[in-house]
Design a protein around this ligand. Structure first.
Ligand SMILES: C[S@@+](CC[C@H](N)C(=O)[O-])C[C@H]1O[C@@H](n2cnc3c(N)ncnc32)[C@H](O)[C@@H]1O
Length: 323
């Protein structure tokens, strides 16, 4: 990591002149240390109230109330041009799903924020459902204050064009390349691998998000030296994404074992030794990689049926069709 923060010390309490703060405790206790309008980006994945080891399952009304308390504080500390991104999935109760962004939306709205995007984060690994389709996306709902000049830097997050060689074929620009050479807008459907067993960033946390997911938000919604906050920090991903791009990072984690891992990972990020999956690296394609496991073993064998036998008798060539 090339970072102006490479010699940073990790502080445990927030003051505006720090560069990295890892608060071990309840996020509301961290939030009360932070002055009004001082954080440029709040990005988090809160507990989903589904009984994970790090949460007490609450009645949905109580969960909403608890989230509202945290969101209210996040709005208070948000700069005028700042952004809040809530990365969230479904609350599941007896096989019935409640998309959490839909029930949290009114809280953000009542607090005077407006939604700029509802980003769909698609990934391929997760629980296999037998009574409904397996869940393979979550959302990131992005809010700002009701202002025109919120920070949004598109160029640093552009992705390669599909047809970079395409040219205008008529008009005053005929013959010139029609696309932006810096790449295209990544859109609001993000196909980024989630952190499961083979992912280079995997720790023992069951729900960490990939650093590259947050890097895109950090680059687009902040400038160097700005503060990025995660009230539910887990193993430190948001702070790592911030530091990678010379932003200041602050987060709270309530559980000891995740706070310890967060500290280790953030220290490695500061030292430049933390391995993360590079942004925009193409997804692994088993077919392209020639992985043999993509052929079902039962297709290796000749299935002999009476029709097959007739073919043999006629001495005709026999092909097994691939599915
Ligand atoms: C969904 S996980 C976030 C994981 C994180 N995005 C990462 O990449 O590691 C939510 C985290 O919030 C923590 N948590 C729950 N309630 C909290 C609270 N009141 N204050 C601070 N952290 C809390 C949990 O222990 C858990 O690690």
């Amino acid at each position: 990591m090339k970072s102006v923060f490479k010699n940073s010390k990790i502080a445990t309490q927030f003051t505006i002149n720090e560069q990295v703060v890892l608060f071990h405790g309840d996020c509301l206790d961290l939030l009360e240390q932070i002055p009004d309008k001082s954080i440029q980006l709040v990005v988090t994945s809160p507990p989903y109230n589904i009984g994970k080891e790090y949460e007490n399952r609450l009645k949905i009304e109580d969960y909403i109330e608890q989230q509202a308390e945290v969101i209210k504080e996040c709005v208070r500390i948000l700069t005028d041009k700042g952004s809040i991104c809530w990365q969230i999935g479904n609350h599941v109760d007896n096989g019935v799903i409640i998309p959490l962004d839909t029930i949290l939306y009114p809280i953000f709205k009542e607090m005077g924020l407006v939604m700029r995007n509802r980003i769909v984060w698609h990934f391929e690994h997760g629980l296999h459902c037998s009574k409904r389709f397996s869940g393979r996306y979550e959302t990131i709902v992005w809010f700002t204050r009701k202002v025109k000049d919120y920070v949004f830097n598109l160029d640093p997050v552009r992705v390669p064009q599909k047809y970079p060689a395409k040219k205008y074929f008529k008009g005053p620009k005929a013959g010139q390349y029609s696309c932006n050479p810096l790449g295209k807008n990544p859109g609001d459907l993000w196909d980024i691998p989630n952190v499961k067993s083979n992912h280079i960033e995997k720790t023992e946390h069951p729900c960490q998000f990939p650093v590259e997911l947050i890097e895109r938000l950090v680059l687009a919604m902040t400038n160097e030296n700005d503060w990025v906050l995660d009230p539910f920090l887990g193993v430190g991903t948001t702070v790592i994404a911030a530091l990678k791009h010379n932003r200041r990072g602050v987060g709270a984690e309530i559980l000891d074992r995740y706070a310890v891992i967060a500290k280790e990972r953030v220290q490695k990020a500061i030292n430049g030794t933390l391995k993360t999956r590079p942004m925009n690296k193409p997804k692994y394609d088993p077919q392209q990689a020639g992985n043999k496991l993509i052929t079902p073993p039962w297709q290796y064998n000749t299935i002999v049926t009476s029709d097959d036998l007739k073919l043999f008798e006629k001495n005709e060539e026999y092909h097994i069709e691939s599915s």
